[in-house]
Design a protein. Structure first.
Length: 312
């Protein structure tokens, strides 16, 4: 496998505002584990591998995300990969049913974070590259399965440790073979829950891709639905109330209300708009939205604090 040193291109975590049109992928086919995937966009793999030409085949380790264009090197690496018989890196921060989320500090696991980012860029359009992963945290979604004792990473989101815009997500992706299963909603919901616990009132880094906006709009609508369903009849609820109750920003609450189309044309005597709960429930039934939260707040694992032991 190639040696990914610190001078290699790194992290795909920033909106790419300079791109005016979609670029063709610089890798025609990628193999990860036993899966063959067609990339959607170019990634920033080393020049000697993809520079100035389109690489036909790229082989990516499903455990550590290291890569090569040589199938024999790939086969040899997969037999001895250090993560083959170990859990993915990071600490468990969520554990519920078939899903686990690990938190990875880019400063502690730089090579893993770099390789994960390079692979992910093959499926992300509106992201550019940083050369330092140490200022980011990564949250990998791990799917338990029978083929591996520790499960498989099927997606992730990342965020800046210190965000001037208070963003709770910098980059988010469910890998294509596992999309359309609601896994993106789990990642989005987890990002908002972490934001609540950190007092980070914000949303994803903008601009959102078309796919990203669709996923977030679905989550915002679900959160607004659950909040309004709990509200007593004839009670006046402001957009700010909904925002503070869900940690969804006010402009995103408004976007959700418009998307759901549950508002009455009439207004109250005070000029307030009216939400029709029958329409609200009908919308949820059409879209298969549950009354239960996307993630279980009791399934989040709190980090143990040093020096907390007390004796009489």
């Amino acid at each position: 496998m190639p040696n990914m040193a610190s001078a290699s291109p790194l992290n795909i975590l920033s909106p790419n505002r300079s791109s005016t049109k979609p670029q063709e992928p610089n890798v025609a086919n990628v193999v990860i584990g036993n899966l063959h995937i067609k990339p959607w966009y170019p990634s920033f793999y080393p020049e000697d591998m993809v520079g100035g030409r389109k690489t036909e085949w790229l082989y990516v380790c499903q455990w550590c995300f290291r890569y090569t264009s040589e199938v024999q090197s790939y086969s040899a690496h997969c037999k001895v990969c250090p993560l083959k018989d170990e859990p993915p890196p990071g600490e468990i921060v969520y554990d519920k049913g078939d899903y686990i989320i690990h938190e990875i500090d880019g400063e502690d696991h730089g090579l893993y974070a770099q390789n994960l980012s390079l692979f992910s860029k093959l499926f992300l359009e509106t992201k550019s590259v940083f050369f330092d992963v140490s200022t980011f945290l990564y949250y990998t979604l791990i799917l338990r399965n029978a083929s591996h004792p520790y499960g498989q990473v099927v997606g992730f989101f990342s965020k800046e440790k210190m965000s001037w815009d208070n963003n709770n997500v910098a980059c988010i992706l469910v890998f294509p073979p596992w999309q359309r299963r609601g896994l993106g909603q789990i990642l989005i919901a987890a990002s908002y829950e972490f934001g609540k616990r950190e007092g980070r009132f914000g949303g994803p880094e903008r601009p959102l891709s078309a796919l990203g906006r669709k996923g977030y709009l679905g989550f915002w609508c679900g959160e607004v639905y659950r909040f309004l369903l709990r509200a007593p009849l004839k009670r006046t609820v402001t957009v700010r109330d909904i925002s503070e109750g869900t940690y969804v920003m006010q402009e995103d609450v408004v976007a959700a209300l418009k998307e759901m189309d549950v508002l009455e044309k009439r207004k109250t005597a005070a000029g307030s708009i009216v939400v029709n709960k029958s329409k609200l429930r009908a919308w949820a039934e059409r879209h298969g939205v549950s009354r239960e939260p996307v993630v279980d707040v009791d399934a989040f694992v709190e980090a143990e604090e040093e020096g907390s032991e007390m004796e009489e």
